[in-house]
Design a protein around this ligand. Structure first.
Ligand code: AMP
Ligand code: MG
Length: 417
């Protein structure tokens, strides 16, 4: 049996960042960028108007003062997406919309609100009563991003703003780090599917659902191989299916059957298939029988079947693997110090992960167990948002004591999000 820290270390040492793949920019949210993005064009690509108004020669407005307006002849109109063929000359203007290319001869835009339009015969004129500065209301080619410059560095997690700028530069595909394909297999002759009526001695396969959604929580790609009876032949067949599956899986999680019971065959079968066992059993609760090894380059996790053990094993050990494979740098849940509201005791020398509810309270955290802590119990996970860390060597945590808490879910205003 190894300790928690060691188990964590061995697992992450054996986890590699996955290779790159090309993806549509539109679908790249939350992926890690696998290349530097240099601007293929200037942004904006041309000088254009920042406002709806009139493109003018600023020099022509010099005579404007409190008592005197200037009148300019309007020679054209240009909307966004079009280009005026005309050149503005002395005492002329072109009506322009936001985003339209600045016409030749113009060096400023007077906003629509500051002009009065009128007709004289067939000709259109504007009367202007405010001066503007040279280049006022003009957006310059390349002022946001210069062609050839580094826009997004490799390793950045793609957010909507990254997608926006990629699109603005016309970049349709990018290289990102692939997400892991993760196989799930549940073992247990007691398991039945959710569409079946519960019969005596049977339980619903909740771990299959827990694992599937936990994989999605960390942006992995789940492949559910269902569940099998505790029968060597059946388990063997399903494991073969998973290991040879296309697409190739990167992580394989087997729930149940890794303990010391008469029907716990998973370890034996995996070893026969050539599993390089890294460890079996960790000094933690829940989840002591955790198994980890490598087979055909696939990381294999045997997680104990007790629902809280499956769940906490995943949050503690598998979530960081999924994140590391995707090239993420922050692999661990936030660890905060919190004041314990109710005392807790234990007898063994393992690290306990106490399902708890943690809240922000006037600038510090308070925490308390969220219900029954048996490894088979799920409700305290549902009522909680965190794991209180009860250190191996400690037997009693007193009321008011400061303890470390792993926040497995986000807090909002101190409550579960
Ligand atoms: P095992 O790890 O196979 O010894 O199972 C330990 C406990 O977890 C037993 O009470 C099982 O019935 C329960 N269990 C195993 N697999 C599942 C599952 N997929 N869903 C819910 N409970 C399970
Ligand atoms: Mg079992």
């Amino acid at each position: 049996m190894i300790d928690f820290k060691n188990a964590e270390k061995i697992i992450l040492e054996n986890t590699k960042v996955l290779n790159l793949m090309s993806i549509k920019t539109k679908s790249s949210l939350n992926y890690v960028l696998g290349e530097n993005i240099y601007a293929p064009i200037d942004l904006p690509p041309f000088n254009n108007s920042a406002m709806d108004g009139y493109a003018v020669k600023v020099r022509d407005l010099e005579k404007v003062d409190a008592s005197k307006n200037v009148v300019l002849e309007v020679i054209d109109e240009v909307q966004a997406g079009n280009v005026s063929k005309k050149t503005i000359k002395y005492m002329q203007a072109i009506k322009i919309m936001t985003g339209a290319k600045l016409p030749k001869g113009a060096d400023g835009v007077v906003i629509l609100e500051n002009v009065k339009e009128f007709m004289k015969g067939k000709k259109k004129y504007i009367q202007i009563n405010t001066k503007i500065n040279k280049w006022q209301n003009i957006r310059f080619k390349g002022e946001d991003v210069k062609k050839g410059s580094l826009v997004i560095p490799c390793g950045r997690i793609i957010r909507p703003q990254e997608i926006a700028i990629l699109a603005a530069m016309g970049i349709e595909n990018i290289n990102v780090i692939r997400r892991p394909n993760i196989g799930i297999l549940c073992t247990g002759s007691e398991l039945i599917d959710l569409n079946k009526k519960l019969s005596d001695g049977k339980i619903y396969n909740s771990n299959g659902y827990a694992l599937y959604s936990l994989i999605l929580k960390y942006n992995g790609i789940p492949f559910d191989f269902g569940f099998v009876n505790d029968n060597k032949n059946e388990i063997h067949k399903k494991i073969n299916l998973a290991l040879n599956f296309k697409p190739r899986i990167d992580i394989f999680i087997v729930s149940g059957g890794v303990s010391v019971g008469d029907y716990d065959f998973v370890k034996e079968i995996l070893l026969k298939k050539g599993l390089k066992l890294k460890f079996h059993k960790v000094a933690i609760k829940p989840g002591k029988p955790l198994l980890f090894g490598i087979l055909n380059d696939i990381l294999i996790f045997g997680v104990p079947g007790n629902p809280a053990a499956t769940f906490t094993s995943f949050e503690n050990f598998i979530a960081p693997v999924i994140l590391k494979m995707q090239g993420k740098e922050k692999l661990h849940h936030p660890l905060v110090k919190a004041k314990l509201i109710h005392p807790i005791t234990k007898r063994d020398g393992r690290v306990h992960f106490i399902r708890g509810i943690t809240k922000a309270n006037n600038g510090y955290f308070i925490t308390t167990p969220s219900g029954g802590q048996s490894s088979g119990m799920l409700k305290s996970l549902v009522d909680g948002n965190s794991l209180i860390i009860f250190p191996a060597e400690t037997k009693k945590l007193k009321k008011g004591e400061r303890v470390f808490v792993k926040l497995i879910d986000k807090l909002k205003n101190g409550e579960i999000l």
